[in-house]
Design a protein around this ligand. Structure first.
Ligand code: AHR
Length: 708
């Protein structure tokens, strides 16, 4: 099967181009062999990988609209918050109250709600000649849509300002006392979604503040009218016309969520993922699992329960994670998209290069992973299973795969051997049915084998490449040892285009996927990364939303879109059989790829040849449907002869789904979201020998009915 007829050439590049072009005249022939039973396609082949990167959750899937809702995103300023005064004669100010480290200033004392909600925002209204208040800019805007109801909530306490006596050592000589501010906070307070200049109010409501110097939670709904024009140029405002000192915490605003779940997800993004038919969701990372420091590893226990108990934590991509999307939400996300969790457990290595040695020092981390697994799949009689039930999900989640760490090849101390085995032994002792995945793959890192102890059952390989490299290596798994561990391609992508990938990247992806699909007896799972990107560029008050170019699904506060790569994933996930059909290929055209710096360093002067047509075939043996996938990476139409040997009765009418474009750089964007999408068509004339011409720069999937 799958033998490519590379034509050899000893010509230099310019002459060689001519040679190859001349040689292309022969039409490629693909012969599908139905006479030999093919291997099983892994039922878990295509899944998703996720982590908090590019504002994937906060400012992405997690529907919360308020940025920095517990005032911990920045240690010195109330990031994303500003003072609003409707009348410039009002005297008002805001201040972040953040008792950092041991230094707690006089002002900042006594305002924590609890250990998690230790910071807050203070609004001081000395004179109010109109509304004065606080505004939140959201995650690059607050989305306003017509006939939409938002749920707002916040903690607030109102007090006065009278200088209480200070300790002698806090007295500063000659400091005049601050003027007294009367506590008139009790009464109605306005809550609204309005344009950034405050001139247009899209939705508004008011709520009565109690006369209380204690924290109280307030909740209300805000609804937009039917005539509202959608916009993201809006802000969320809480304002008052009465003097006093107002403290705010856990300020929240949710639009309608997927299935109306509280603390839920953006419906558009859930639907886009579900349309890919993913079989699993790898979470929580990626680098996000590991954290910049050991103390920043994904703290799953403090992501549970009510939002009041979630302090958030330092993420791995330069911003803090709210942990509103925490452990239970990850699991619910799996349910929402019909995928099973593939859980990455922290294995004692973090991004700064620190690790915890195997042995007694690592035991608490192993125990933590066992607790985490129990939270996912333990029954309600277990400690953590009962906790999950108390959190609202008594039924255990399905769990089969545990990944121990992430990219531990970065740990140059070679400690993974001991760490992996300690985790694996403990996990398998308690849960023999679970499959543990090693993050060091022999093929990628032959000198870093997890050699002692049992051979790992599954290895996670990661590939971030350009399209040339994808095309060149699309057949790499054809040659893998079938007696070794199974392979999980846990992160991969063709990295061309930003923030989302372009058509050329999609052609690289599709070629690569044909290789994984043909070899899915070995490649039991795979997932593209990164999945999400908030596509906003920097503004005067917020940095660029993304840290990683080349992502799959893009969005801003208002809308979302799929890259060409997304549609390739969707096609490959949707049209997939359960048996591999062996394919023999002849006359596959090739083209020279540019000489890379690595080639030059290795003394390679002749451009290596890379195929331009890629293929895979799978069959659903229950429905008798053949799925044939073909990729043409060039700008010319490409005829292909297709033989279906021993197929039985073939229906001459079939379906064809094609993704193509006029140029490799063609792409989708937030403002031109559907430039490259699959086009479906009925085709005729399918038989045991038929010919099709592939579009330039195209991925084609044929859905052919066959009966015995
Ligand atoms: O996908 C982006 C990053 O790439 C992941 O966090 C990490 O595992 C890999 O290096």
């Amino acid at each position: 099967m799958k033998k490519i007829n590379y034509r050899k050439s000893f010509f230099v590049l310019g002459l060689f181009l001519f040679t190859v072009t001349g040689a292309i005249a022969q039409t490629p022939v693909l012969t599908l062999d139905f006479t030999k039973p093919g291997a099983h396609v892994s039922p878990m082949l295509y899944g998703l990988m996720t982590e908090e990167i590019n504002h994937a959750y906060d400012g992405g899937l997690y529907a919360e609209l308020i940025r920095n809702r517990i005032f911990k995103d920045n240690k010195t300023t109330p990031e994303a918050w500003s003072l609003v005064r409707k009348d410039s004669n009002s005297k008002a100010a805001i201040k972040l109250i953040a008792p950092i480290e041991e230094k707690i200033s006089f002002d900042e004392r006594g305002n924590a709600i609890n250990g998690a909600l230790s910071n807050c925002l203070r609004l001081t209204v000395e004179t109010a000649t109109g509304q004065a208040g606080i505004a939140n800019e959201g995650y690059w805007g607050i989305p306003v849509k017509p006939s939409t109801t938002y749920r707002a909530s916040f903690y607030l306490k109102g007090t006065d300002r009278r200088e209480p006596p200070r300790w002698p050592w806090e007295q500063k000589p000659n400091t005049p006392a601050l003027p007294v501010i009367e506590n008139n906070t009790a009464g109605p307070i306005m809550v609204s979604i309005e344009s950034n200049d405050g001139k247009t109010v899209y939705a508004t409501g008011s709520i009565n503040l109690e006369k209380s110097i204690y924290w109280r939670k307030y909740e209300l709904t805000l609804s937009t009218g039917a005539a509202v024009t959608p916009t993201k140029d809006a802000r969320f405002v809480i304002s008052t016309n009465r003097t006093g000192v107002y403290y705010f915490n856990l300020v929240s605003l949710f639009p309608p969520t997927y299935n109306n779940k509280p603390n839920g997800f953006r419906p558009d993004l859930i639907k886009m993922m579900a349309a890919m038919k993913p079989k699993f969701l790898r979470f929580p990372g990626g680098n996000y699992l590991e954290g910049p420091l050991i103390t920043d590893a994904f703290p799953w226990k403090t992501t549970l329960g009510s939002l009041e108990q979630r302090p958030g934590h330092n993420g791995s991509w330069g911003y803090r994670a709210s942990d509103g999307l925490g452990m239970l939400e990850f699991l619910q996300w799996c349910e929402d998209i019909g995928a099973e969790p593939l859980l990455g457990v922290y294995a004692g290595y973090s991004l700064n290069g620190d690790h915890v040695d195997a042995g007694p020092l690592l035991k608490p981390y192993v125990d933590d992973a066992l607790d985490e697994i129990e939270y996912v799949m333990g029954d309600v009689n277990t400690y953590w299973g009962a906790k999950r039930a108390a959190d609202g999900h008594p039924a255990p989640f399905k769990l089969n795969y545990i990944e121990i760490g992430n990219e531990d090849w970065f740990d140059r101390s070679n400690s993974y051997d001991g760490r992996f085995n300690q985790f694996r032994n403990a996990i398998e002792a308690k849960y023999p049915q679970l499959h543990c995945i090693s993050t060091i793959a022999d093929a990628q890192y032959p000198n870093m084998k997890v050699a002692t102890g049992k051979k790992p059952e599954i290895l996670d390989e990661h590939y971030y490449r350009d399209s040339w490299s994808m095309w060149e290596n699309a057949a790499q798994y054809d040659k893998y040892d079938r007696n070794g561990p199974k392979i999980f391609v846990g992160e991969w992508a063709t990295r061309e285009g930003a923030p989302t990938t372009n058509l050329n990247a999609a052609l690289g992806d599709a070629a690569w996927m044909t290789g994984m699909e043909r070899n899915s007896d070995l490649i039991i799972m795979s997932c593209y990364a990164p999945l999400f990107v908030n596509v906003n560029t920097a503004t005067a008050t917020a940095p660029r939303a993304w840290q990683w170019d080349s992502d799959l699904i893009g969005y801003n506060a208002l809308s979302s879109y799929g890259s060409p790569s997304y549609y390739v994933q969707q096609l490959f996930g949707t049209y997939l059989g359960n048996k591999i059909v062996p394919v023999a290929a002849e006359n596959i055209p090739v083209q020279p790829r540019p000489i890379s710096r690595r080639d030059s360093a290795a003394g390679i002067k002749i451009a290596p040849l890379v195929p331009t047509v890629f293929y895979s075939a799978t069959m659903d043996d229950k429905t008798g449907t053949l799925y044939l996938k073909l990729v043409n990476t060039t700008g010319k139409k490409q005829p292909v002869n297709i033989n279906l040997n021993g197929a039985g009765k073939i229906l001459p009418e079939a379906m064809m789904y094609v993704i193509s474009g006029s140029a490799p750089e063609a792409t989708n964007t937030i403002t031109d979201a559907e430039k490259i999408i699959p086009v479906s068509a009925k085709i005729k004339g399918v038989s045991s020998k038929f010919k099709r011409t592939l579009e330039a720069y195209s991925v084609s999937v044929f859905e052919i009915s066959i009966s015995k």
